[in-house]
Design a protein around this ligand. Structure first.
Ligand code: GLY
Length: 562
């Protein structure tokens, strides 16, 4: 990139940063003619839009947004984690990039068990032993190699800018740092996130991370071999981990064939295994078509019941059949076949409440923020990118790579650490998702692109652990069946059933719907109110041909379009 170009970018970002402190930045419009980015942070959405205004495509924007989120949304944005991307290209291809973390070579099935076979509490969640081999830098570089049009170096400049100059903390940022302050301190000692008692409006600078990003901007391979790799391995292993040089050298992101299904007049493009969300979503949408969901009243008791019953069946299949397709045989086409799906409907009539009879006792607890983050992008060329990225929990394993300033994932908890044992999201896993060296852990991340007549009309995804799938589902229905606008859809209250535990989870907003909640209880559901579900970043094509962003106010999400 020329010095002049770099300066233009830096000045634009700085101008927006100044405005953020008081009002909104003028680049952010939730209704756009040709291009849009919706992400968890204003700064990142602006970065993506600016890249496209400067001639870049949606893939360039995605790379820049991914790195920007690693700085301005450190609770989930990352270079120490992994993710999934679903996209539709301007040439009409539907593509899928899997840059999920892998288990280290020294990982094995009993690594989180005591000698007596009981599970070591929180060993798969905190510190070095919880870390999978990170895929984000490899994934972004691979994406750039195939679809990028701007220079790699240029795409990292905004992230470097925000790391060097700092970004302004929101009240949610402060709350989320405070929630993990104790663990960040006990694992890392003094560190950039807890160096002071932050308050809303303070500026957080990350000089170590800036230096790391500069190295990656010059040479991304140094994350996997060389300066950063050595620092990363030392940090993980000093914190009880088992990462070796060969783990990083061997890491590869993988292009996969997306799951594609028809739903009403639309084509739904989503994530195959090792994602579980795509299959669950495809099963539920197919069942909803068979049961004529369009005849139901939105958010009536019978609508919620229908969806909850279907969610139970899909999550039951998830726990039994899904894992890393490079390690196990997954009967994907059978699980999606009309015959299998209609048999399953007949076996369990969905107009009755079927108890999840084999549930293990115990309540799901939501001590952990269900982090991960999603962004959606459309460009003026016809590309649409749906990308979800994660370090699993908020602030991942809480391990900050000493001197390099980035946070390592705790994705190992997404494996089934022991058959029948719940993970942090209360999800049960079976043998298919057992820990094996180099294997990818099952994920709920569900990036989606919706096509009509082979053109993108909707891009959506969400964080939220096990609730990602049901959040994406409800928003697809709000828009595609009930004709809501994107923001109107995102604002709707959400519910969630994941088969086990046999509980219908409701967001706090449902407390105002007392009659409905009472009906659901009388139907036989055990209801539990819980914290807000998901933080959707989504885009839809309006009937007038514009792009409308849906940016979740459950987070600090922002839509920027032009
Ligand atoms: N770490 C959350 C997920 O991938 O489902």
């Amino acid at each position: 990139m020329s010095a002049c170009c770099a300066l233009t970018l830096a000045l634009t970002f700085y101008a927006c940063q100044k405005k953020n402190q008081s009002a909104t930045c003028s680049t952010c419009h939730p209704l756009a003619d040709s291009m849009m980015v919706v992400s968890a942070r204003r700064e990142a959405s602006e970065v993506g839009l600016q890249i496209m205004l400067d001639g870049g495509n949606a893939f360039d924007a995605a790379i820049a947004v991914h790195f920007a989120l690693a700085v301005v949304y450190p609770q989930a944005g990352n270079i120490g984690g992994g993710g999934f991307m679903i996209a539709h290209t301007q040439y009409g291809e539907n593509i899928c990039l899997d840059f999920r973390e892998t288990a280290p070579m020294a990982a094995h099935e009993k690594m989180y068990l005591h000698p007596d076979g009981t599970v070591q509490q929180r060993a798969s969640l905190l510190g070095g032993l919880a870390c999978g081999v990170p895929g984000s830098v490899h994934g972004m570089f691979e994406l750039h190699r195939k679809y990028g049009s701007k220079s790699w170096y240029e795409l990292l400049q905004p992230a470097i800018h925000w790391a060097e100059n700092g970004f302004v903390l929101t009240s949610l940022d402060v709350e989320e740092i405070n929630a993990v302050r104790h663990e960040l301190d006990s694992i890392n000692g003094m560190n950039v996130f807890t160096s002071r008692r932050w308050k809303e409006g303070d500026t957080l600078r990350q000089p170590d991370l800036a230096r790391t990003l500069i190295l990656i901007a010059h040479n991304p391979s140094c994350f996997y071999k060389g300066a950063i790799a050595d620092t990363l391995i030392a940090a993980v292993n000093n914190s009880g981990g088992i990462l070796q040089k060969d783990d990083l050298l061997a890491y590869r992101s993988v292009w996969r064939k997306p799951i594609e299904i028809s739903f009403l007049n639309y084509r739904i493009i989503t994530m195959p295994p090792p994602g579980s969300g795509g299959l669950a979503l495809a099963q539920i949408l197919s069942w909803l078509e068979m049961t004529h969901v369009q005849n139901y009243k939105h958010h009536s008791a019978s609508y919620i019941q229908l969806i909850a019953e279907l969610e139970k069946r899909a999550y039951a299949d998830r726990s039994m059949f899904l894992g890393d397709p490079d390690f196990i045989q997954i009967p994907l086409s059978e699980l999606l076949s009309k015959e299998y799906l209609s048999n399953r409907l007949e076996m369990f009539p969905v107009h009755q409440v079927t108890p999840s009879t084999s549930i293990l006792p115990g309540e799901i607890s939501f001590h952990e923020h269900e982090q991960t983050t999603h962004f959606s992008i459309v460009d003026a060329f016809g590309n649409a990118v749906s990308l979800t990225t994660t370090i699993n929990s908020a602030y991942g394993s809480r391990l900050i790579v000493n001197g390099a300033g980035f946070i390592m994932n705790n994705e190992m908890d997404d494996f089934s650490v022991k058959p029948g044992e719940k993970n942090q999201f209360g999800l049960l896993g079976g043998k298919a998702n057992r820990i094996q060296a180099n294997k990818r852990m099952l994920s709920s991340m569900t990036p989606v692109v919706v096509l009509k007549d082979n053109n993108p009309v909707m891009v959506i995804g969400s964080p939220g652990g096990a609730t990602i799938i049901t959040t994406v589902l409800q928003n697809l229905l709000n828009v595609l069946v009930f004709n809501m606008g994107m923001q109107q859809s995102v604002n709707q209250p959400r519910f969630h059933h994941q088969w086990m535990p046999d509980v219908l989870f409701l967001e706090p907003a449902w407390e105002e719907w007392a009659v409905l909640v009472d009906s659901l209880r009388r139907m036989g559901y055990t209801i539990q109110f819980r914290s807000p579900i998901g933080r959707v970043s989504a885009i839809v094509k309006t009937p007038g041909g514009k792009w409308e962003g849906g940016a979740d106010t459950r987070g600090d999400n922002v839509a920027c379009g032009r």
